[in-house]
Design a protein around this ligand. Structure first.
Ligand code: CP
Ligand code: NVA
Length: 306
């Protein structure tokens, strides 16, 4: 039984194969080639304890276009929200459906679902990881740059779920990653350790520090995310003050290579982590990146549920 709880569950080969499949499925979609036989008769449950636009819609549409069915399960409406255990939920849902995508707070809840369920579990974001996002991001980099090795991706801002998964994803495919966060907001140590191990195998560089200008220098890709992730709203005021020097604006972008692309998982908050002229400017690829959630997740679904 294969899951996508964390990108560390997958070998570099599996990540690359999935990206190839995503490319093929995107081509088919763009050229009117139907692939609605691939998950015919399969049902995916989508459990959400946090808000979502991209993840929810792209998974629902992906299941539809692959010939399957999806079921939106707000954690507030199912018994999980009233205290039914994760393990009982996993064992019950496994009797009805063929896979679960879950967006929640604790990574350990997703691990528990995978441990007790008998169907594939897909992490649709936790406080510590966002693997589906990173597969779409890697697909986007490949489209724009044609390769991974020899490229430098700079992530500037909060050492959050997206940054943790990016570290692992970039290291697996052999792209250098430099992360700059304020002190006290570093990526989690376990993700850095996993990434460094993967980088040894792929021959890439993992560098974490505090200087956004050093990180962005000669970068091929500049990436940021919100300073206030879901569940951290009460820290907003403090965070905005701390993170201002990490804003991605034209001055910071000018340190990257002239043909660098700008990426953001979205939702974005203009005037905070990124200025409008950058995210709405010519270097920004954020909507291709958002689109690729659909294609990359289709590849994940076919791999795990096909
Ligand atoms: N990037 C991302 O996961 O977006 P949503 O929160 O809208 O799903
Ligand atoms: N880091 C953000 C990502 C949203 C897709 C959050 O967790 O809210």
């Amino acid at each position: 039984m294969k899951h996508l709880v964390c990108l560390s569950d997958w070998s570099a080969e599996e990540v690359k194969e999935t990206l190839k499949m995503a490319e093929k499925l995107k081509y088919e979609r763009k050229n009117g080639i139907m692939h609605n036989h691939m998950l015919k008769g399969k049902t995916l449950g989508l459990i959400f304890s946090k808000s979502s636009t991209r993840t929810r819609v792209s998974f629902e549409v992906a299941m539809y276009q692959l010939g399957g069915y999806s079921m939106f399960l707000s954690a507030n409406d199912i018994q999980l929200g009233r205290g039914e255990t994760v393990s009982d939920t996993a064992r019950t849902l496994s009797r009805y459906i063929d896979g679960i995508m879950i967006r929640t707070y604790k990574q350990s809840d997703v691990e528990e679902l995978a441990a007790y369920g008998t169907i594939p579990i897909i992490n649709g974001l936790t406080d510590s990881q966002h693997p589906c996002q990173i597969l779409a991001d890697l697909q986007t980099v490949k489209e724009y740059k044609g390769k991974f090795s020899g490229l430098k991706l700079a992530y500037v801002g909060d050492g959050n779920n997206v940054a943790n998964s990016l570290l692992i994803g970039c290291a697996k495919v052999g792209m250098d990653i430099w992360v700059a966060t304020p002190e006290g907001y570093e990526c989690d140590e376990k993700s850095v350790e996993i990434a460094k191990k993967a980088a040894l195998e792929s021959g890439s560089v993992v560098n974490t520090g505090y200087d956004p200008f050093e990180a962005v220098k000669d970068a091929d890709v500049v990436y940021t995310d919100t300073w206030v992730s879901m569940g951290m709203e009460s820290e907003k005021e403090k965070r905005v003050k701390t993170f201002m020097p990490y804003q991605v604006n034209n001055e910071l972008m000018s340190k990257a290579k002239p043909d660098a692309i700008f990426m953001h998982c979205l939702p974005a908050y203009r005037g905070y982590e990124v200025t409008a002229d950058v995210i709405d400017g010519p270097q920004s690829v954020v909507f291709d990146e958002a689109e690729n959630r659909l294609h990359a997740q289709k590849a994940v679904l076919v791999k795990l549920m096909g």
